[in-house]
Design a protein around this ligand. Structure first.
Ligand code: TRP
Length: 453
């Protein structure tokens, strides 16, 4: 499309796969199940659905419109669409900073995942006894050498795809990996659901327990909805600038959102029944996937070992397509005709790996674990900033820009593909959501979550 470098997706299908690849990631498979478990299962799910479809999806459409209309990176997009108010560029800058921080922590967790994939492949995990996984995980994650090695390995894969280009790298890899991911996940779901005692896990996931749903839980649901859809940090503005001119933005956003939501729920279905069937603790928190699931896999014998390989492969692939979009946002911003894509990708990778290594060293009992800011280790601070604080603030500003500062005719023109699509009453509904419902909900949840209990 109209980007300066002429880069773009070749088809709507490719664009949907790439954006879904960005959205579906560790957030769906690693983060959603444990957060859902922590805040009351079904009750959390209900709130989450509302946030996903009434706020997250609206934001995704808005970011696509901003991106395609401007054909620019997030920093230049806002002032281009509203030349009289250049200050909006700071929202783009804040988004990119958020991307940078997310990528750092994302790399650490992806590194763990890649290591677990390797360890299930080589049989190391299968040789550990059931009560040894907690120790195994904390020793591994707090050590200095191995996690860093896997972080670098993962980053090299990511950078490699970015250097390949938007169509030949990102689009091609996403079109290949996303369908594989869905198949692997379905296989795991079937296995999990056919275990004895699976129904207890389903009840845990779907039965609403409103007593566990606190104000903090509601903020967590919002943070998770934004994090999972990759909105509120400008990445979808970047992908919007690559959308084909004839792509139907509303339709694509709906598909991407449904896909992201379905994969989160399917991950819950793959994980909780198995956890219950093997008598494990479902509230295992962030360690659920690394400490509890290996026990589940081991108790299934040889088949379990295959499922273990499949699962960690699935998680690595999901993480890869997300990391790609994060690095792409940073690369697109840095690259210009003068610097070029390859050098930009390398420079950004080098910068982010420094923060990732610091974060990795600060995890658990790592060598930097004594260093604290605001009483938090760097890893926890990054997790909090990127999971619950920065994206909602950025999302709020983006939606205010879209609903109140962008030219209405530009928006309709973009949503209707220059009046070739009929968008009728949906346009009114959508505009109402973007102008009133989403900003108000974001303000309420943010204020309540940050200042109240
Ligand atoms: N959506 C990704 C996930 O669910 C994580 C993520 C958050 C992300 N923000 C992003 C990915 C921005 C790419 C770009 O795991």
């Amino acid at each position: 499309m109209a980007t300066k470098t002429g880069e773009g997706f070749s088809s709507s299908f490719g664009a949907i796969m790439a954006a879904a690849g960005s959205a579906v990631g560790l957030g769906n498979i690693w983060r959603f199940p444990y957060i859902c478990g922590k805040y009351g299962g079904g009750a959390f799910l209900l709130v989450y659905i509302c946030f996903v479809f009434f706020i997250g999806m609206v934001l995704m459409m808005s970011e696509f419109v901003i991106g395609r209309r401007s054909g620019e990176d997030p920093v230049k997009a806002y002032p281009k669409l509203q030349p009289k108010r250049k200050g909006w560029r700071y929202v783009g800058i804040m988004g990119l900073i958020t991307c940078f921080l997310i990528l750092a922590i994302y790399l650490v967790i992806s590194g763990w995942t890649l290591n677990y994939f390797w360890e299930s492949l080589t049989g190391t995990l299968a040789s550990i006894s059931n009560d040894g996984f907690g120790k195994h995980f904390s020793e591994f994650a707090s050590s200095a050498g191995r996690p860093v090695l896997f972080v670098i390995l993962f980053l090299v894969f990511t950078a490699f795809v970015i250097i390949g280009g938007v169509e030949k790298g990102i689009e091609r890899v996403s079109k290949l990996l996303m369908p594989i991911l869905v198949v692997l996940l379905l296989v795991l779901c079937v296995r999990s659901l056919t275990l004895d005692g699976a129904s207890e896990g389903l009840a845990y996931l779907f039965h609403p327990d409103f007593s566990k749903l606190t104000g903090e839980g509601i903020l967590a649901a919002l943070g998770q909805a934004l994090f999972s859809l990759s909105v509120g940090m400008g990445v979808m503005i970047v992908y919007g600038s690559y959308l084909p001119v004839d792509d139907n933005i509303m339709k694509s956003s709906i598909w991407i959102t449904i896909c992201d939501f379905a994969i989160a729920v399917l991950s819950g279905i793959a994980i909780f029944p198995a956890v219950f069937a093997c008598g494990q603790d479902p509230t295992g928190g962030p360690g659920l996937v690394y400490q509890v699931l290996p026990v589940v896999f081991n108790s299934l014998g040889t088949v379990g070992r295959i499922f273990s390989v499949v699962f960690f492969l699935l998680l690595s692939l999901a993480a890869l397509t997300s990391a790609i979009s994060l690095l792409e946002a940073l690369t697109q911003w840095l690259s210009s005709e003068k610097i070029g894509r390859t050098i930009s990708a390398i420079v950004m990778s080098a910068a982010v790996v420094v923060l990732a290594v610091i974060a990795s060293f600060s995890f658990g009992d790592g060598i930097f674990s004594g260093f604290k800011i605001a009483n938090m280790q760097i890893f926890d601070l990054l997790d909090k900033l990127t999971g619950t604080i920065l994206p909602p603030i950025c999302a709020l500003l983006t939606i205010i820009f879209f609903g109140w500062f962008m030219n209405k005719d530009d928006i309709y023109d973009e949503l209707s593909n220059h009046k070739t699509l009929k968008i009728g009453y949906f346009k009114v509904f959508y505009y109402f959501l973007a102008r009133f419902v989403a900003p108000l909900a974001l303000i309420i949840v943010l204020v309540a979550g940050l200042f109240g209990k």
